[in-house]
Structure formats: structure tokens, C-alpha cells
Design a binder for this molecule. Structure first.
Ligand SMILES: [Zn+2]
Ligand SMILES: [Zn+2]
Length: 263
């Protein structure tokens, strides 16, 4: 059984429709397609251009649900929601109003620093500045897990995107974040999109994936597509890496409940 749960449409920062993604997923012989557009409740009240607005959420949900009856692929209603300490309770209340199958939890900000904005913002930092951003990042991931608002941790170690890596492969902050994810009973994804970014490596690295396996954290393999033709991009390679880390199964979701499937 093949799934791909992290895919964006024109409801946030991609151009394809839900239908175009479903057609592409069928072509790739996927059994399940998760749609997971961005919802970021910025603490400053800023409407981020890559996120749907809070007001748009019901329309998004209705659009995805129109496809939930299709059989191949089965369409799952997800969302990629940002964790911000200031707005997480508002997010919790908002998510409870809709019949989500899964909620991806993402950290795209280390305080006011947007992690994945571009190379330039990392380049202009000092080495200490970069290390400080990494530390805040891992702290936010741990808090995200502790909030119990999310089902799946997205693209762990995303700050390496432009090649500015963490001080070591599995620093104490990252291990604490993994401990928090395990304790919260959350799953995480192996996000294949990093292979196509500057860093040319998935999120997270094999080292962290092994640490996740050691902690019994369930895993999914996702493409994080922003174009319909990318719904299955890197998935085969991702599954091989997950196997290499010692996993023998992955998981799928329905109504925010988790089910294992053999790898
Ligand atoms: Zn993301
Ligand atoms: Zn995404």
C-alpha cells in the first residue's frame, strides 16, 4: 500500500487543484493521497502569503472532502499547521471544528526568523547566530510535541535546507525533540523534498531517523509536493532510507487515528 500525505494545492502555496493532485496520484498508483495545505497563525497577526487565511479554512475543508469518496487514490483530509507558542491554543480550537484525518505539525520559524525563506538570511548570520537559530528550532519542535495538537512532525532538521548544518548530526536539542515526539505518541515523516533542495538530503538525516527508530516513533514517507507531478517524487528512495534505518512498517491515518502498514 502506497501513501503520500504531504501535498500542497492552490489553497496555500502551490498551483495545482485537489483534483489535479488526485489524478497525478492515480497515475503514480498511490493508494492514498493526503492533502495538507498550510495554515500558519502568525503571532503578529501577519497574513503570510504562503498560508491560507483562517477564514478560508472551511472552504479548503469542503473542497478536499468532495474527493473523500474516491476509491483510488483515497483522499485524506490533512493540514500542515505551524506551531507558534502564542497561537497554539487558538489553533487547537480551530482544528477541532473539522474532520481531519491527520495534522502535520511544522516549525518554519525560530522566533521571528523564517527558517526556509532563503539562503541569504542564513548567509548573513554569524556562526553563533546560526547555532542559536538551530537551538531555538529544536526547542520549538519539542514544545510542538508537548502541545499534543499535532499528529505528525514535519520535515525535522529543515534548517539545513540551504546547507548550513547543525553543529553535529544528532545534537542534544534534536534528541530532546525526538524524546518529546515519542512521549507525545506522535509520528514523524521522512520528507523527500530535501533531495531536491540545495542540501540534497531528505529531512531528517539518516542519523536522526535511526534515533527516531530507537525511540519507536512511527514514520511516514512524504513528498511535500507543490506541483501535482511531484506527488510521488522521491518516495521510493525515501522508503529505502526508512528501511535502512530499521523500520519494517510505516503508518497511515484516518480520523486522526493511526494504522500500521507493512513497508
Ligand atoms: Zn513545511
Ligand atoms: Zn509542506
Amino acid at each position: 500500500m502506497l501513501t503520500s500525505y504531504h501535498n500542497h494545492t492552490r489553497h496555500s502555496d502551490a498551483s495545482g487543484t485537489v483534483r489535479e493532485n488526485a489524478v497525478a496520484a492515480q497515475r503514480e498508483s498511490l493508494d492514498e493521497l493526503g492533502i495538507s495545505d498550510h495554515l500558519a497563525l502568525h503571532p503578529g497577526g501577519v497574513q503570510l502569503k504562503w498560508s491560507m487565511s483562517e477564514a478560508h479554512l472551511p472552504d479548503y475543508v469542503a473542497d478536499v472532502l468532495r474527493f473523500r469518496e474516491s476509491l483510488k487514490p483515497r483522499v485524506r483530509l490533512g493540514i500542515e499547521a505551524d506551531y507558534f507558542p502564542e497561537t497554539v491554543e487558538r489553533l487547537r480550537a480551530l482544528l477541532a471544528r473539522h474532520p481531519f484525518d491527520f495534522v502535520l505539525g511544522s516549525v518554519h520559524y525560530a522566533d521571528d526568523f523564517q527558517i526556509d525563506q532563503g539562503t541569504q538570511s542564513w548567509k548573513t548570520l554569524t556562526a553563533e547566530g546560526r547555532e542559536a537559530r538551530w537551538e531555538v528550532y529544536w526547542r520549538r519542535v519539542a514544545e510542538m510535541a508537548q502541545s499534543r495538537v499535532f499528529d505528525i512532525a514535519s520535515h525535522l532538521d529543515l534548517p539545513k535546507r540551504f546547507g548550513y548544518r547543525d553543529s553535529e548530526e544528532a545534537p542534544p536539542g534534536a534528541l530532546k525533540a525526538l524524546d518529546a515526539i515519542a512521549e507525545a505518541g506522535m509520528a514523524m515523516e521522512l520528507n523527500a523534498s530535501g533531495w531536491f533542495h540545495l542540501v540534497q538530503e531528505p529531512y531528517p538525516s539518516l542519523g536522526l531517523l535511526r534515533e527516531a527508530r530507537r525511540r519507536g516513533i512511527p514514520v511516514l514517507v512524504n513528498a511535500d509536493s507543490h506541483r501535482p507531478e511531484h506527488v510521488a517524487r522521491g518516495l521510493e528512495r525515501g522508503r529505502a532510507l526508512v528501511r535502512e534505518a530499521g523500520y519494517t512498517e510505516v503508518v497511515r491515518f484516518e480520523g486522526r487515528k493511526r494504522f500500521p502498514i507493512p513497508l
